[in-house]
Design a protein around this ligand. Structure first.
Ligand SMILES: Nc1nc2c(ncn2[C@@H]2O[C@H](COP(=O)(O)OP(=O)(O)O)[C@@H](O)[C@H]2O)c(=O)[nH]1
Ligand SMILES: [Mg+2]
Length: 351
């Protein structure tokens, strides 16, 4: 399946030692066809030149790959920029990528100098020595930047676990206490197999559903462990991570279980609702009363009175969910979304 997280598509990045070993093996595997009529010293010269060139080529390829395949921060969706800042540190990441890339000129310089020496040498031992000295010096450069490579590898590992999002697709984020029925709703409306992703702040997986509302592709994101408990109990990193959601959520569905079968009282749920409203002051928010099938009439009346205008659904039966999705998409400002898509595409073509 196509990965929607830009970090999930980065190929494996090797550590300094792995690059050295990989390039070394490749250079040794090189088989040279040379005429037997050639003198041994000339055969050695050709072989040592080829081996050094191959070693350098492989080292540079691995370095370049690591840096160039890493999504550049400038081109990321703000959701990932913010989370990458919290989880990894964008300055540090840029520094590490830059430091690794900056090894290339010195590697070229060492290679050229030693290739020259091999070309001029008249003794085959001297040639081998030059080749081996060059590899040693290039390996030292790599080892000196090993901690940068390690940092990039770690960053990739962390960031590739973030949920994949299609940045410019209308996105509905589900909030509400555990067991109110968020996952049930996502599964009920998702036409394709929901995607499973992880936030580094919660041990539970995030479910992302994909559906079409009229002609629009829409995604709906369940957020277990994220928007489902009071803010007071959160650490700073979690708060910031939640703040990153504002870039993702074109509209928030706040789900309430008025039956209280979820284990949270109606009042507790109202408190969480007002916290979420405070955290996302500009995102449109729809209030949904779920489980109306098992809610006693007097509790339902009370909920309707205190939350007038809220939507009522039975997620397990799919009752009311289609209408809810339609209204959610109507709440998304599609015109300004289209503008941001255009801006984004324009910024890409400028590079
Ligand atoms: N009776 C009833 N049960 C529901 C409804 N929606 C969800 N549930 C049940 O509520 C429980 C929690 O649902 P789940 O989707 O896992 O909640 P989440 O923690 O918010 O994702 C599950 O046992 C569901 O089957 C509903 O509309 N009516
Ligand atoms: Mg769930």
């Amino acid at each position: 399946m196509r990965k929607l997280n830009p970090f999930a598509n980065i190929p494996t990045i090797m550590t300094a030692e792995e690059i050295i070993e990989f390039a070394h093996n490749r250079s040794l595997r090189l088989s040279m066809k040379s005429s037997l009529r050639m003198k041994k010293v000339e055969r050695t010269r050709i072989r040592e030149i080829a081996r050094l060139q191959e070693f350098t080529k492989q080292v540079k390829a691995k370095i370049t790959e690591a840096v160039e395949q890493f999504p550049s921060v400038e081109r990321l969706h703000p959701f990932y920029v913010e989370l990458s800042e919290i989880l990894v540190g964008n300055d540090r990441l840029k520094q590490s990528l830059g430091a690794v890339y900056n090894c290339i000129p010195s590697i070229d310089e060492i290679t050229n100098k030693h290739l020259q020496a091999i070309k001029l040498a008249d003794d085959f031992r001297q040639m081998k020595q030059s080749r081996s000295a060059a590899k040693g010096r290039i390996s030292s450069i790599l080892r000196a930047t090993a901690k940068n490579l390690d940092f990039i590898i770690k960053a990739k590992e962390t960031l590739s676990k973030l949920p994949g999002i299609t940045p410019n697709t209308p996105t509905i984020v589900c909030a509400g206490f555990p067991n109110v029925g968020k996952s049930t709703l996502v599964k009920a409306v998702s036409t394709a197999e929901p995607e499973i992703a992880y936030y580094p702040f919660t041990t539970r997986s995030v479910i992302i559903g994909h559906l079409k509302v009229d002609t629009h592709s829409v995604q709906i994101v369940d957020t277990p462990g994220i928007l489902d408990r009071p803010m007071a109990k959160r650490n700073e990193i979690e708060r910031e991570a939640i703040a990153a959601l504002k870039y993702l959520a074109h509209v928030i569905i706040f789900m309430i279980d008025p039956s209280e079968a979820c284990g949270w009282t109606f009042d507790q749920q109202l408190n969480l609702l007002s916290e979420v409203q405070k955290m996302f002051p500009i995102n449109p928010l729809l209030i949904v009363l779920n489980k109306v099938d098992i809610t006693p009439p007097e509790k339902l009346e009370e909920a309707r009175r205190r939350l007038p205008g809220s939507h009522e659904i039975i997620a397990i039966e799919g009752t009311g969910v289609e209408k809810l999705m339609r209204e959610a998409v109507e709440a998304v400002d599609l015109a300004s979304l289209q503008e941001s898509v255009d801006e984004y595409l324009e910024s890409l073509s400028k590079r």
